[in-house]
Design a protein around this ligand. Sequence first.
Ligand SMILES: [Zn+2]
Length: 374
Amino acid sequence: MPHSSGGGSHGGGSHHSSHSRSHSGSGSSGPSRIVRKTYFSGARRYVVYNRRKHIPVYYYSNYALGGKYSKWRLLLLLFYLPFFMAMIGLFTSAFVTPKKIMDDGCDLKTPMIIDAADVIDDEGELYDTLEDFADLTGIVPYVVTLNNEDWKQSNYYSYDLEDVAYDLYVDYYFGYDENHWLLVYSQPENPDPDFNDWYWEGMQGDNTDSILTDAKTGTFTSKVQRCLTAGDDFGEALVSGFDKITPGLMDSYIDFEILIVCGFMSLFIFFHCYLMVFFDPNKKFRGAVELAPEQQVEVACDYCGGKYVSGSVDKCPYCGAPARIAAVDPATMPNLNTYVYSNSTPDKLASTNGGYTSEYDEIFKDQFHETKLN
Ligand SMILES: [Zn+2]
């Protein structure tokens, strides 16, 4: 279907053709997952070994930490493939080289001026202008003038010149042929000398869109409207409008509207893809080990000196040396504190216990047994 290329009226200014685009995105949220450095109700305790600083870092979480990144997530990239390809297609379509319209499948191959309202002074000049335009672009313009009395009827309030132009295009002249540009002008039969109530409208076939872009028709519409408002007749105004847009009309151009839309959509898709495929919110918790309540004591590795929680690992998480077991584990030996270190808290015990040698551990165990036997 043809559509308006813009137009205007004496009283109401000009309007340009417009296309609107919109797209929307949506977000979602799951159940709340909480990780904190301090205890909260319902939390389990985890340790992550910081391999740079050789220290344990504790987290409290209400969900399982330490999940691994699954390589299967990369398969999701296949899902994004059509989107990436569509973006490439959209991107290349922003670079346009207009092609002359060759086959119009229509008998009406030469421009026409039907000045029924008898308002155009120099039809010859206008015709030359229309012909130059048609030779260059393959788009055949028709110029039609009417009187307001022909279409303005009191019982059709909403029937305006755009409807008239549409009906003329489809029903009267071109039918389903989309290669024409119909330019319609209307004024009263006997215009008021103080205010000539004129209207005009352009109606372009869909196939003309790559040449008669919104930008070009916008320029054309503004120019014609300015000339008409300044008192030019419709023929003079059209000549000025065509003179303004015909040179360079077939030059290659970049459609920035498409480029901008393409840019935003690409950003959205890349960000979405990153979140779905690559983003790992648990990266800093990778390798996290859940700690049993009694696993409280930090020990230092004999070889690298790094600290880890006794009983949480088989090997030193930093150097791989066999893991040490704490000499004293206040959880498994809950009464030890009262017997031996009556003034020590478990934390203090842990830090002071970390550097003891295994020999000392043996002695310590013996002492413990003695104490208990007593
Ligand atoms: Zn170590």
